[in-house]
Design a protein around this ligand. Sequence first.
Ligand SMILES: Cc1cc2nc3c(=O)[nH]c(=O)nc-3n(C[C@H](O)[C@H](O)[C@H](O)COP(=O)(O)O)c2cc1C
Ligand code: SF4
Ligand code: SF4
Length: 437
Amino acid sequence: MADLSTNFIGIKSPNPFWLASAPPTDKAYNVERAYEAGWGGVVWKTLGEAGPPVVNVNGPRYGAIWGPDRRLLGLNNIELITDRDLETNLREMTEVKKRWPDRALIASIMVPCEEKSWRDILPRIEDTGADGIELNFGCPHGMSERGMGAAVGQVPEYIQMVTEWCKQYGKLPVIVKLTPNITDIRYPARAANKGGADAVSLINTISSIVSVDLDSFSPNPSIDGRGSHGGYCGPAVKPIALNMVAEIARDAETRGLPISGIGGVNTWRDAAEFIALGCGTVQVCTAAMTYGFKIVQEMIEGLSNYMDEKGFETIEDFRGMAVPNVTDWQYLNLNYITKAKIDQDLCIKCGRCHIACEDTSHQAITSLVDGVRHFEVMDDECVGCNLCVNVCPVENCISMVPMATGETDPRTGKTVQSDYANWTMHPNNPMATEAAE
Ligand SMILES: Cc1cc2nc3c(=O)[nH]c(=O)nc-3n(C[C@H](O)[C@H](O)[C@H](O)COP(=O)(O)O)c2cc1C
Ligand code: SF4
Ligand code: SF4
């Protein structure tokens, strides 16, 4: 059976599944039950400075987007960092770490962007026995208005500076948690790297207004008729997170920097995808909030089965395997030609593929043949875009079939070539050079 244990920047955990800093990791009561359920690690709900704790709204703090079956696709929140006092959190962390020495316990921190504030809190965290710290430079609401969270995460110079303080004054491994609310994620990642970060984690939540009530004209969640933007997470954000992880994994300056992947991990497959893009651990929040702590058991079993099937003995055996396959558009092979093919036995004749192709693609799918409702791809029109695959309600009913070398593409009349040819070499490219990737 596959060995799921991980050693991430020196922090060991029995599996790569960590709970992200959020309500599920808010207190010992939760964290202990999470460990009992099988979570390999936990990033404790973000701690703030000593003194009066932050105050949350007393009304709804969540908004959501659902699929037609009411399954949660995206979650929006306006919660702040922990609203429990620092002493209580530190005491509970100490007790929990003592009882669960084999599980990872990471302290997430957000204090003002001043040297003294960071210098003061670091030894207190170390005293708890925590395995590492995560710098919360991500929270996009509330705390950012006070110059913390995303307000720091959006300024690479600040990220570097605070990371340097944490390396200078602290002994624990430093994970810098990045905000996705920035144009190019490589800049904050490079800054964290320059500051000496041991790892980055991403993504934190995405600034969002999830919906507007059309009776009260208030954004949701509505607090007495008014709303403010919140942070978006859950399955809907996974594509954004994967892209940002890939950007960091393949960037010349940050390649090899350990990454803890976060954002929309709902199943073992999601986790495996983050690992394939280079992540050493994955963090989960919304899935645990939606389905409870025991969801980790399905994740562990699924990942383990997948690894057994593929012959991967450890996470390291497939970590990063997808990174070399992420490239820029200009390097994609323009000689790779596919055609859509409809499996007539599976087709329920709904006509969606025809409408999509007719109105937005290449008018390549019939609707009537000899006066009878029939959906079939005309190869001489099909550009292989796969829009029809994505709108078809029947899984595997339409597949994309690559053309073989030497065949003639009926659309262009050209013979399919075996060699790789990308835009940098294409005759239509005025900048074409002989250079391949
Ligand atoms: C209600 C709520 C509170 C959160 N609080 C924190 C926090 O205190 N510190 C932090 O770093 N991230 C916080 N997050 C962000 C999560 O740790 C995580 O980065 C994000 O939800 C994306 O993961 P997911 O798609 O699995 O939910 C919070 C998320 C939610 C939903
Ligand atoms: S792949 Fe694109 S062009 Fe071809 S049939 Fe489907 S939608 Fe039409
Ligand atoms: S969308 Fe799929 S099921 Fe519907 S007609 Fe097209 S191929 Fe058939």
